[in-house]
Design a protein around this ligand. Structure first.
Ligand SMILES: Cc1ncc(COP(=O)(O)O)c(C=O)c1O
Length: 351
């Protein structure tokens, strides 16, 4: 007897990165931030009277929306929607913009959750292959013809590179559906596409607190779009999809942008030093605009992955396809990257 929908029974589901419990690792596998969140977050949580938790949180997270709208001048709270992590917003997007039996598009390789969300909706996922150096093909919109939603991670994951802004503009102009620009890593990049939501009626840009804000455990993400679009997405979300602790801590974090920007600058500097050192070890990193490096290794990536793990260092390996020759390495502290580099030097040493 099968009790669940056939699509669900058939699908594999999303595989999250490992959160190990067996020993202490240098954990460079899930693109978390190695530094603590702004001290204002702890202060805000300490200041919350637990008695308030008796009540439901604000279903429309008004204070958060006001604060986030301030990051995009010329908009207001009605341009913003929050979610339980940006993954929640991606789910809302698929439920709002893709018919069961319809289709969404994403690049390959890109964030592996996108095809899973298509499967959950009973929709098709059209994967548009990136070019040999993980760039955007010029005919991306044509390849996604017939899809009602196109997920574009910029910077891309797991490759870490960013697509030129003019190519993004062309895609937004040419694609006849919603272009969802997933800017989970935008704070580590030299530019972003936030202003596109004012330029185009079909663009949504999402952000997360999980990376640059050092709050992956909080689960808070948000997106910007024209009010006509956010109003539709509001109908789809769970009534109370952002809890009170998330709202209190998230507001304090958003109010401390200076902390986020200086933390991101530190990580970018560490990233660029680590990339140069990896090149010296014979690795080939993809130019990164994110808080991780996607690195082709001179020995099989699967065995380097295993050897690093045996040395107490966790990175991410995506077997097969376009990604099987690479490791994705989150940028940690300088000390963590030193540990990674000396283990790599040992592993890659000629026999
Ligand atoms: C491209 C991309 N989008 C979204 C997410 C999920 O972010 P969140 O923690 O906000 O759900 C990730 C997480 O790794 C990601 O790589």
């Amino acid at each position: 007897m099968q009790y669940c929908r056939a699509e669900i029974a058939r699908m594999a589901g999303y595989t999250p990165g490992e959160q190990p419990g067996d020993r202490r690792y240098v954990k460079l596998n899930t693109n978390e931030n190695p530094y603590p969140p702004s001290p204002r977050v702890a202060a805000a949580l300490r200041g919350l009277d637990p008695e308030r938790l008796r009540l439901y949180p604000d279903p429309v997270f008004a204070a958060l929306r006001r604060e986030a709208a301030g990051l995009l001048p010329g908009t207001g709270p009605e341009w913003v929607l929050f979610g339980n992590g940006s993954d929640d917003l991606l789910t809302i997007a698929v439920r709002a913009f893709v018919d069961a039996g319809g289709a969404l598009a994403c690049f390959e390789p890109s964030y592996s959750l996108y095809p899973v969300l298509a499967g959950l909706q009973g929709a098709k996922c059209v994967t548009v292959p990136l070019t040999a150096d993980f760039g955007m093909p010029a005919d991306a919109a044509a390849q996604a013809e017939g899809c009602s939603l196109f997920f574009v991670a910029r910077p891309n994951a797991p490759t870490g590179n960013s697509f030129p802004k003019e190519e993004m503009r062309r895609l937004c102009r040419d694609f006849r559906g919603i272009v969802w620009i997933d800017e989970a890593y935008a704070d580590f990049a030299p530019d972003n596409c936030l202003e596109f939501v004012k330029e185009f009626p079909n663009v949504v840009v999402s952000r997360t607190m999980s990376k640059s804000y050092s709050l992956a455990g909080l689960r808070l993400g948000w997106c910007y779009a024209r009010p006509e679009l956010t109003a539709e997405m509001m109908k789809v979300k769970d009534s109370y999809n952002v809890g009170m602790l998330q709202q209190v801590a998230g507001l304090a974090a958003l109010e401390d942008r200076a902390y986020v920007e200086s933390g991101a600058a530190t990580i970018c500097a560490t990233r660029d030093r680590a990339a140069a050192a990896l090149v010296k070890l014979g690795c080939v990193p993809v130019p990164s605009a994110a808080n991780f490096l996607f690195v082709r290794t001179p020995q099989p990536a699967s065995s380097v992955f295993k050897a690093l793990r045996a040395n107490g260092i966790l990175v991410r390996y995506f077997p097969g396809g376009r990604t099987g020759d690479f490791l994705r390495i989150t940028v940690g502290t300088d000390a963590e990257m030193e540990a990674l580099l000396s283990a790599m030097a040992e592993i890659l040493k000629p026999a």
